[in-house]
Design a protein around this ligand. Structure first.
Ligand code: PMP
Length: 400
């Protein structure tokens, strides 16, 4: 069965390890010897609650999440969190500052790509505070209007006591990400944040979660990710929330904060151990299998090394192609994502030729996001180094 599978470079939903899918196929028929399939069993059964506890333990251990933070499971994807973080952190701010007028509450957004831009737009739409764009990366780009780099620290201006400070660690659409080398100008400027032990720092980690360690994880108030890239099927959203951000949203509403739908309230999710309502049972199960396997392979450290090798090779061949006038990187050097690598194929009809040649060789989903075009290669954990090498070989052939 797995021999007929193609190489999938999709940006999400994306590739999953064949061995896990085989195991999950068995679980769909008969989950852990219960005689009932995983998609049919009660989410309150002891077998399933063990499954959710196992997923939580895998994340806590592999990412080294401290006890100051809760790990929660919900639905609604990254897009749901664009709204939920605003509502929960405005509620927290209102409880801390009952008398501050709404139009004086700042929501700081670091806009480095299409997803963070969308998140800022949602905050503006919801109201309850004033969006301060702490930086917009576009004026720092080559053409002044695209997202092709992470600006240096001089570009940022944070508010003194914002209700939240939001950034997206890796922008899937634009292929831009923050550097993990703290000395790089393209790393997140932690040193510029307000000096407060409990800074409400929020990070969208949708497209790199579990692909490497999270720098300064404990300094974040909320980290979230959809499962559908490195971890499992779509339908599961993972949250790491610092415990001071699990607030009574109804008490905040009495003080004038926007009421929060209960399925969005972090405290409700935490108090019910992520079982306030029926969770995405199948996605939780498969994600647990994926993370168990990744731990056996060496966890995020293993993936960080493999993912870096994969990306280095791919950026290398893009550079070769640039020298020959065949490829053109979309992102400035130093800001390129390890997960989603974007480039153009130069010349009339060249992109279609590149894609059809790849498809003939068993590769799929190389087309860039509809809003930016070009080629986008997603190299999530389940895309192996060997599969990446097949693409590199093809690109070299294409150059020749
Ligand atoms: N943030 C990032 C960085 C993403 O890559 C995506 C999805 N591609 C989203 C948010 C939106 O997530 P969802 O589709 O799960 O709502």
């Amino acid at each position: 069965m797995s021999d007929s599978r193609l190489i999938n470079f999709g940006a999400g939903p994306s590739a999953l390890p064949a061995s896990v899918l085989q195991e999950a196929a068995q679980g769909l028929l008969n989950f852990n010897g219960t005689g009932i399939g995983i998609a049919e069993i009660s989410h309150r059964s002891k077998e399933f609650t063990a499954c959710i506890a196992e997923l939580e333990a895998q994340i806590r251990t592999q990412l080294d999440v401290p006890q100051t933070h809760s790990i929660l499971f919900t639905q609604g994807g990254g897009t749901g969190q664009f709204s939920a973080v605003v509502l929960n952190l405005l509620a927290r701010y209102r409880l801390l500052h009952p008398d501050v007028p709404t139009d004086e509450i700042a929501l700081d957004y670091v806009v480095t790509g299409s997803w963070s831009k969308k998140a800022a737009e949602e905050a503006r739409r919801l109201g309850g505070g004033r969006v301060n764009v702490a930086v917009d990366a576009r004026p720092y780009s080559k053409d002044g209007k695209s997202f092709d780099n992470i600006p240096g620290p001089d570009a940022y201006s944070f508010s003194s006591d914002p209700a939240l400070i939001y950034y997206c660690e890796n922008e899937t659409v634009d292929g831009v990400e923050f550097s993990h080398d703290p000395a790089s100008p393209a790393s997140f400027p932690f040193h510029l944040l307000p000096k407060n032990a409990l800074v409400p720092l929020v990070a969208d980690y949708s497209s790199s979660f579990m692909s490497r360690a999270i720098p300064r994880l404990a300094d974040h108030a909320v980290i979230y990710a959809g499962a559908q890239k490195n971890i499992g099927p779509a339908g599961l959203t993972i949250l790491i929330v610092r415990n001071d951000c699990l607030v009574d949203v109804d008490a905040a509403a009495k003080l004038g904060a926007t009421p929060v739908p209960l399925t969005f309230s972090y405290k409700t999710i935490a108090d019910s151990k992520s079982l306030y309502n029926t969770p995405s049972v199948l996605a939780i199960y498969i994600s647990g299998l994926v993370l168990k396997r990744s731990r056996e392979l060496g966890g995020v450290k293993y993936y960080e090394e493999v993912n870096r090798r994969k990306a280095d090779k791919l950026y290398g061949v893009i550079k070769e192609g640039e020298a020959k006038g065949v490829f053109k990187a979309k992102v400035k050097e130093g800001s390129g994502s390890l997960m989603n690598i974007v480039f153009d194929v130069i010349g009339d009809g060249a992109e279609a030729k590149f894609i059809s040649g790849a498809e003939e060789r068993g590769m799929r989903s190389l087309k860039g996001h509809r809003s930016v075009g070009g080629i986008r290669i997603s190299l999530y954990n389940a895309v192996t180094e060997e599969q990446t090498d097949v693409l590199i070989e093809y690109m070299k052939e294409f150059l020749a």
